[in-house]
Design a protein around this ligand. Structure first.
Ligand SMILES: NC(=O)c1ccc[n+]([C@@H]2O[C@H](COP(=O)([O-])OP(=O)(O)OC[C@H]3O[C@@H](n4cnc5c(N)ncnc54)[C@H](OP(=O)(O)O)[C@@H]3O)[C@@H](O)[C@H]2O)c1
Length: 243
């Protein structure tokens, strides 16, 4: 069944996005591995192709509206539809910045990276997703943007640090709820997922971060939900987070 299913992952040339591509390819999906740097996506896709995956590289900069529109046109032309969209692009974990002093330029950059890029990408891909009978959207968010569920990184746990990342991820989870409400009845499932603290930078696994394959697995779970699966929720490892 998955042989005909097409999945697009953003920011996938490294880290969690790359691993999500690997796991979706292992499940038989046709995977579009995208990123903002053409050379990096070519290299990453060829690595997964060597592992036997059906993986196609695509240059897609979520900060650039014309790049996103070009990507949607390319997918339309090549595949005619999209079954899975994983909005993985994100970052600027600003643990060295305080809410009272962080610059508004940095706040804008973090919102662009974590919220607006994903919003823009969903808008551009929605027509293609409506052509699938089992479309799934996953927004990669974080417990840093939750009030209750996150024991270490939540909004009330880190004092004033990591302000722009936490608030942007809260907005991304809210965006997920709004899209789910609008898409109710369409059959589409859209959820936010926190991968947990995941070892995507050197030394982090020794500090306690989980292996990348584990962080990615919860995203793949939401990308492959059955038709009666949840929508508009926030999950980690397939379990609901109260945010
Ligand atoms: N790692 C964690 O512990 C953790 C925890 C909770 C949530 N998350 C979330 O999980 C997601 C992935 O995290 P990660 O640790 O794997 O991140 P990462 O290693 O920093 O990778 C980020 C990826 O996004 C790409 N990217 C950045 N801006 C882009 C743009 N405008 N257009 C297209 N691609 C862009 C990067 O490309 P370049 O290589 O070109 O820079 C890179 O491929 C993020 O949303 C993050 O906030 C991570």
């Amino acid at each position: 069944m998955n042989k005909d299913a097409v999945a697009l992952v953003t920011g996938a040339n490294r880290g969690i996005g790359f691993e999500v591509c690997r796991q979706l390819a292992q499940k038989g999906y046709t995977v579009i591995l995208s990123g903002r740097d053409g050379a990096k996506v070519e290299k990453a896709a060829s690595e997964l192709m060597k592992e036997g995956g059906n993986v196609t590289p695509l240059t897609l900069d979520t900060a650039d509206a014309s790049s996103v529109a070009d990507a949607a046109a390319w997918i339309e032309n090549r595949f005619g539809k999209l079954d899975v969209l994983v909005n993985n692009v994100g970052g600027n974990f600003d643990a060295d910045y305080l809410t009272s002093t962080v610059s508004m330029a940095y706040a804008q950059e973090t919102f662009e990276l974590n919220v607006l890029g994903t919003w823009r990408t969903i808008q551009a891909m929605l027509g293609l997703l409506h052509k699938s009978s089992h479309a799934r959207i996953v927004n990669v968010s974080s417990g840093a943007g939750a009030f209750e569920s996150d024991i270490a990184f939540g909004l009330q746990k880190m004092g004033g640090v990591a302000p722009t990342y936490s608030i942007a991820k809260a907005a991304l989870t809210a965006l997920t709820v709004k899209f789910a409400a609008e898409l109710q009845g369409s059959g589409m499932r859209i959820n936010a997922v926190c991968p947990g603290w995941t070892a995507t930078y050197p030394g982090s696994e020794a500090q306690g971060a989980r292996p990348v394959a584990e962080g990615a697995a919860g995203i793949v779970w939401a990308a492959t939900l059955p038709d009666d699966g949840p929508t508009g929720g926030f999950f980690r490892d397939g379990k609901k987070l109260h945010w």
